[in-house]
Every structure is written in C-alpha cells, then in structure tokens.
Design a binder for this molecule. Structure first.
Ligand SMILES: Cc1cc2nc3c(=O)[nH]c(=O)nc-3n(C[C@H](O)[C@H](O)[C@H](O)COP(=O)(O)OP(=O)(O)OC[C@H]3O[C@@H](n4cnc5c(N)ncnc54)[C@H](O)[C@@H]3O)c2cc1C
Length: 374
C-alpha cells in the first residue's frame, strides 16, 4: 500500500493550490474523481479578481493574494495571471444615490475611480443603454484571472516537488487506524497521515464518507451565458460591468459577452446544469441594460458556489479528528483567494507561522477555523 503524509480530496483550485504550497514540505497525493482537474466549479467561474465586492475578510484575502498573482515566484507561470480590465459599476435612476455612495467610498480609499457621464460611459462600453444606466463610475481595480494557467501552474510545480495528482480517482471512503487514514479509492487503498477535504460542493459528502461530522457547506448554483457582440465593439477593450447591487454582471469572454443573472440557488452537489429560467434572466438583463438584442445564446453553463453558514471559508482541523482538515466553503471567491487560502492551509498543516501577506491583513491561524461553529 502506498503511503503519503497528506491525501487531498479534490482537484479543483483549492486542492491543487494546497498541493503547490505543501509539496515542498510533505509527501502529497491529490485524488480527483473526474478525468480532468478543475472540471467542476474551478472550470466554470467568471474568472474575476475584485478587491472590494465581498465581505471584509474576503476582501482581506483578496489583498493578501494580489501580490502572488501579479508577481508570482520566478518561473511559476508562462503567462500573466491577472489581466487589467477595470469595471463599470452602474445602476438605474432609483439606485443613483447608491452608485454615488459607492463611488465616494472608493474615492475615500484612494482608488482612482472615475465618475462617468453618458459620453464617458459609452466611450468605455458603447453597447450600454443610457436609459437604463442612469448612474455609473469606472473602477480600475478589476482584473481577469487566467484560471487555467493558474491551476496548471500550481499543478506543474506541485508535481515537480513530488506531489502525485491522480485523476479518475474517487474517494469511496476512509477509516482511521491509529494515527493514519486508510483511504479507499476506486483503484487502490492509500495510507495517509492526514486527509484534507477540498471537495468543493461535495465537502460535506466527503466528510461523511470519512465518518466526520458535516459542516453545513451548501452548494449554490450560479449560471452564465455568452452572447454575440455586434460588429465594431472590441470585446478585448470592454470593462467588466457590475450592477451596483449585483443583480447581474457582464464581462467580455472569448470575443463575446458573458452575462450572469447572479443567481444563487441552493442545490445538491452535482454536475449542475443551467436552468432555462436563469438563462432567460441572463438574456433579459443583457437586453435591459444594453442596446443588444439576444438572437442566440452561444453558450450557457452553471456551476456551484459553496458556502458555510457564515459564508466564510472553513480552514482547519475537524473538531472530531485532528488529522482531518477542512479546506472548504470558498463561495464565489475561491480562485481569487487561492494563493492566500492555499498558503494559509499549508502553514496550518505544517505548523509554520501564518504567512506575512495574511498576518498583515489581520488574518491568523484561527480566523477561518471550524471551531467557530462549535
Ligand atoms: C458561475 C460562477 C462564477 C464564479 N466566479 C468567480 C470569480 O469570478 N472569481 C472567483 O474567485 N471565484 C468565482 N467562482 C467561485 C469559484 O469557482 C469557486 O470558489 C472555486 O472554484 C472552488 O474551488 P474548489 O476547488 O473548492 O471546488 P471545485 O473546483 O468544484 O473542486 C472540487 C473537486 O472535488 C472533486 N471531488 C468531489 N468529491 C470527490 C471524491 N469523493 N473523490 C475525489 N474527488 C472528489 C470534484 O470532482 C471537484 O473537481 C465562481 C463560481 C461559479 C459557479
């Protein structure tokens, strides 16, 4: 039987980023049930990096991750991982005061936001409908994340440090024998000193398979579509477009416009598919907020955003087993926070100090501990 220090369950961004940070220090195996890494949530995200749209602690994680993503270690990635895009934050007439308040808040933080009159707004996003978008400003601090390049870079370097990343390898169950786990997969039984639960929407399922009490991580379905842009609009130059209360968001994607109705429907963990109604809402918002008419949906998809009860990540050893470690509940920000969360989890597992990028933001070893749900 093969023996590893750590068996990580889940080959999405959570599991693979942890493998990257952990593999120089421990022997690591990653078990991914699908035949490709990132097949579930990680491969279905909107790939946005934002510093301001989330809860304060998530924004702190974003700040702690920004340096890694803009200036990764030498030789880490072959392409830039963050691409400047900026965002227009907009609202209808009845939300104009809210848009203005957000703009003022950002200005007070020293962000180079720019208030947009109609001409300036249309110069940045010519397809917007000024009758709908009565108030708008531009925030430069939004980036596209090169998600696949990031995931593959984590995986490549983890493998270089000896991590085994196994696809088509499903955890079927695990039991404890003294200080070790016997991890049963569809192929072989593996022995590991610790099991890390990085199974995304299946985090509670994986806990149950290991005889550990579930944490109440609930997947929420989110939908996206892409539609054609008219000729003459350079998708590459468009900013992201965020409705001020996140009723919807748009961004360019592969020469087309991605639109999401920002749905968040609790669901069972699965290979979730888009519901017709959510697709229709996405198309409706495009037609309402822009001058485009949606003749065809080029592509539609859905994925899971998985939340704990307080909507913050859960990182740390299980209350009922020291050598079962939670790395779950990354909600709608698991890609952008992966450098911070992967390095924090690795530090906790190896007993090392919390990295400075996190302590600078006031994040400590217990900030995301499962203990808070005691
Ligand atoms: C539409 C949408 C838009 C989003 N936009 C953004 C965004 O702009 N920015 C951002 O940062 N985040 C965004 N997110 C959130 C982000 O995608 C997630 O937070 C992140 O991908 C979670 O990563 P994960 O590794 O935890 O989950 P996953 O990528 O789902 O990985 C978990 C893996 O565990 C595997 N697994 C489960 N059970 C087992 C088992 N028994 N054995 C072996 N393997 C198993 C699964 O097959 C899966 O591959 C978005 C999500 C969606 C759906």
């Amino acid at each position: 039987m093969r023996t590893f220090d750590i068996a990580i369950i889940g080959g999405g961004i959570a599991g693979i980023s942890l493998a990257y940070f952990l593999s120089p220090h421990r022997s690591v195996v990653v078990l991914e049930r699908e035949d490709a890494l990132g097949y579930h949530s990680t491969g279905r995200s909107a790939a946005e990096f934002t510093l301001r749209d989330n809860a304060p602690l998530v924004n702190a994680l974003a700040r702690a991750s920004h340096g890694f993503l803009t200036t990764p270690p030498e030789g880490f990635a072959t392409v830039p991982l963050l691409i400047e895009r900026g965002s227009i934050i907009l609202g209808t007439e009845d939300k104009a005061a809210l848009v203005r308040a957000r703009y003022e808040q950002a200005r007070e933080l020293g962000v180079a936001v720019e208030w947009l009159d109609e001409t300036a707004m249309l110069a940045r996003a010519p397809m917007l409908n000024p009758t709908y978008a009565a108030a708008a400003y531009f925030d430069p601090d939004y980036w596209d994340i090169e998600v696949d390049a990031l995931l593959q870079a984590y995986a490549r370097h983890a493998r270089r440090h000896g991590a085994e990343i196994l696809e088509n390898r499903r955890l079927a169950g695990a039991r404890r024998a003294a200080d070790t786990w016997l991890v049963e997969t569809n192929e072989e039984t593996i022995s590991a000193g610790m099991v890390v639960n990085a199974a995304g929407g299946w985090a509670d399922t994986v806990a149950s398979l290991c005889g550990i009490a579930p944490m109440g991580i609930v997947p929420h379905r989110r939908t996206a579509i892409t539609v054609d842009l008219p000729e003459g609009i350079d998708a590459g130059r468009l900013p992201e477009i965020n409705e001020v209360e996140e009723i919807f968001y748009f961004k360019p994607e592969g020469g087309r416009l991605l639109a999401s109705p920002a749905d968040a429907t609790p669901c069972e963990p699965a290979d979730v598919q888009p519901e017709e109604l959510d697709v229709a809402y996405a198309a409706h918002y495009v037609e309402e907020a822009t001058t485009l008419s949606v003749r065809r949906i080029f592509k539609s998809w859905a994925g899971m955003r998985s939340f704990s009860a307080d909507r913050l990540p859960v990182i740390g050893p299980a209350k009922d087993a020291e050598n079962f470690f939670w790395l779950a509940g990354q909600g709608g920000y698991g890609i952008l926070t992966s450098p911070a969360l992967g390095s924090l989890a690795a530090a906790l597992i190896t007993g090392s100090p919390v990295p400075e990028a996190l302590t600078r933001e006031g994040i400590g070893a217990d900030t995301f501990s499962p203990e808070r749900f005691s």
